[in-house]
Design a protein around this ligand. Structure first.
Ligand code: ADP
Ligand code: MG
Length: 578
């Protein structure tokens, strides 16, 4: 999939929309390269013909001519420089958009196993390095090849023996760039990995700084960071060592060859095989010839970085989302909420089953409560419904339609989830409520705030709905966050509702207050409640007890209590008679 050739093809595919700009840029680069080659020849004529003529008029005219050429070349260089960047930034932006779009599609399982910091590094740092190449890479490469071959051709035309001596530089330089180029690419890959590790560490530390400080574990965190920092330093040092070595080697090679050229050139001039002007022109050509070689260091840094970055980019882009719309998936429309699990089996990892042969039928509008020990699989049962994870066996239907036959977006539009920890975005209360339905009007937002009993609290705030909630909602209490989540759900208005321990983290008083809002939210919806405190679900239409073996028992509260099974044991444990 990612052989060098196909990688190159994929890279150049990004140029397609910018074809005209690329052609302009490229043509300017070619002309500019040709002009670079013309200067040594002009100098040769200057020394050999103009100088002996002792005609100042001609000399000045020639100088003016050169000035014109210089100006033209400056203009061309400007186009190559500026428009090259315009082209590069266009490509970089497109890649960034693509990778972000792709991230939206990847499943819970992917994110379970990936560190956020790594992903951030791929979208920022990696693409910046790819951008560096995209901005100038192809033109630079073209100019390099052109001046290299052109200069050599002209040198041959001036004196082929001297040209061959200059050409001695090629084999060792090829060896050096091959040897160090691939080492650098490997090194850069490692370096980017380290940057990702770094980012992940910082992300986790800052995200959990309240935990860090409350445990007074700053020293421990510092040590962890120092280790990553040290590893990064090591990799970076490797890079500099490689660059310095290759630079020293190539510098030495070029200078030695240059000395050969000086001596041999002098010999040829003295023996009449080369004119003095030809020698001067030849020496200028040698520096044009060496220029791409001298840039080897820059090349050794930019290209490997770009290649490594692009490889990592394509890797992420090639991660196939393990949950996606089926080819002919239908829009689910507005579902009634008849839910059926048929012999559903699932495990997060292949060797460990979490659910086995789950059969379940829930009527539209019914409220079903799941209870049971922690880790029994209650959350998992509910996560399969919106296809956060894909079951491995059996099937789930809503209103008789297999959920895998519906588009993900239309399926998820029909399901609302309120969890224990509410994730709020860093914006305002308004933004966070409106997340339930982005196109909601001001009136609708207020109405859902009222239904969630947030209205009073919001109107007491000086900035009202425009109050900023802080990162992840840190400026709100647990109860307020939960009410915000409920308001969001009123606005979304889905026919199916999942309440996963929505009030478990709250104190009893707040819990009771919020239970009322949740009960209101559940009216007319098929509701799956996961509850820790049994008191909150006694009125459910049905209670399902889940344990390690699967569904252990189900029925109404009163019947289960008198059945003297697992539920009555749970119940007795929570309501120990005084
Ligand atoms: P419950 O909600 O009943 O407490 P869960 O459904 O959360 O239980 O978990 C059931 C089992 O699946 C547990 O053993 C848990 O460790 C495991 N589990 C839950 N989520 C994941 C996950 N994202 N990746 C791997 N294992 C998980
Ligand atoms: Mg759970």
């Amino acid at each position: 999939m990612n052989s060098p050739v196909s990688l190159l093809k994929r890279f150049f595919a990004y140029y397609a929309p910018h074809r005209r700009l690329f052609v302009l840029d490229f043509s300017c680069a070619v002309v500019s390269g040709l002009l670079e080659l013309a200067f040594p020849l002009a100098t040769k004529s200057f020394v050999d013909h103009l100088l002996p003529s002792r005609d100042w008029g001609l000399i000045l005219a020639a100088t003016l001519g050169l000035l014109g050429i210089y100006l033209l070349n400056t203009g061309l260089q400007y186009v190559v420089n500026y428009w090259g960047h315009v082209l590069g930034i266009g490509i970089e932006t497109e890649m960034r958009r693509k990778i972000f779009d792709h991230l939206q599609k990847l499943s819970f399982r992917f994110y379970d196993n990936t560190k956020t910091g790594h992903l951030v590094a791929r979208v920022t740092k990696d693409l910046e390095e790819v951008g560096e190449v995209a901005h100038h890479g192809p033109e630079d490469l073209l100019i390099a090849v052109m001046t290299f071959l052109g200069a050599f051709g002209l040198m041959v035309s001036l004196n082929w023996k001297l040209a061959l001596i200059t050409g001695l530089v090629v084999p060792p330089m090829t060896w050096i760039s091959a040897r160090y180029g691939s080492a650098m690419t490997r090194n850069m890959r490692e370096l980017f990995g380290r940057v990702g590790e770094f980012n992940a560490r910082i992300e986790e530390n800052v995200g959990g700084i309240r935990v860090v400080q409350s445990f007074a574990n700053e020293e421990h965190e510092k040590a962890l960071f120092a280790r990553d920092n040290h590893l990064y330093r090591g990799t970076k040092l490797d890079a500099y060592r490689l660059m310095s070595k290759s630079f020293t080697l190539s510098y030495m090679t070029m200078r030695v060859v240059q000395l050969f050229v000086m001596v041999a050139g002098s010999y040829f001039v003295l023996h009449g095989e080369l004119s003095q002007g030809g020698f001067v022109g030849f020496l200028m050509l040698v520096s044009v010839f060496f220029r791409p070689v001298e840039k080897i260091n820059a090349v050794l840094e930019t290209y490997p970085k770009g290649i490594a970055g692009f490889k990592r980019y394509t890797e992420l882009l090639d991660t196939v989302p393990d949950i996606a719309d089926a080819p002919n998936a239908i829009d689910a429309g507005h579902l009634r909420g008849l839910i059926q699990y048929e012999r559903v089996g699932f495990g997060y990892e292949s060797h460990k089953r979490v659910l086995d042969g789950i059969d379940l039928s829930i009527k539209p509008g019914e409220t079903v409560a799941f209870v049971g020990p922690s880790g029994a699989g209650k959350t998992t049962i509910c996560s399969l419904l919106p296809r956060f994870y894909e079951m491995q066996e059996g099937r789930i239907t809503i209103d008789g339609i297999d959920i895998r036959a519906m588009t993900l977006a239309s399926l998820r539009r029909n399901i609302g989830i309120v969890q224990q920890d509410v994730f709020l975005f860093g914006g305002t209360i308004r933004d966070n409520i409106a997340y339930g339905r982005l196109e909601a009007t001001e009136d609708e937002i207020w109405e859902s705030a009222r239904l969630a009993r947030l209205e009073e609290m919001i109107s007491r705030l000086p900035n009202g709905l425009d109050t900023v909630v802080g990162e992840r909602g840190v400026k709100l209490s647990g109860g307020q966050k939960q009410r915000l989540a409920i308001a969001r759900m009123f606005l979304k208005n889905p026919p199916i509702l999942i309440l996963d321990e929505a009030t478990s983290a709250l104190d009893t008083e707040t819990e009771q207050a919020i239970q009322a809002s949740l009960a209101e939210l559940a009216v007319g919806r098929t509701t799956l409640v996961i509850a820790h405190r049994l008191a909150t679900i006694q009125n459910a239409d049905r209670i399902i007890v889940v344990d390690e073996t699967g569904i252990a028992e189900q029925g109404r509260h009163q019947d289960l209590v008198s059945a003297n099974g697992p539920y009555s044991r749970l119940h007795r444990a929570q309501y120990r008679p005084d």
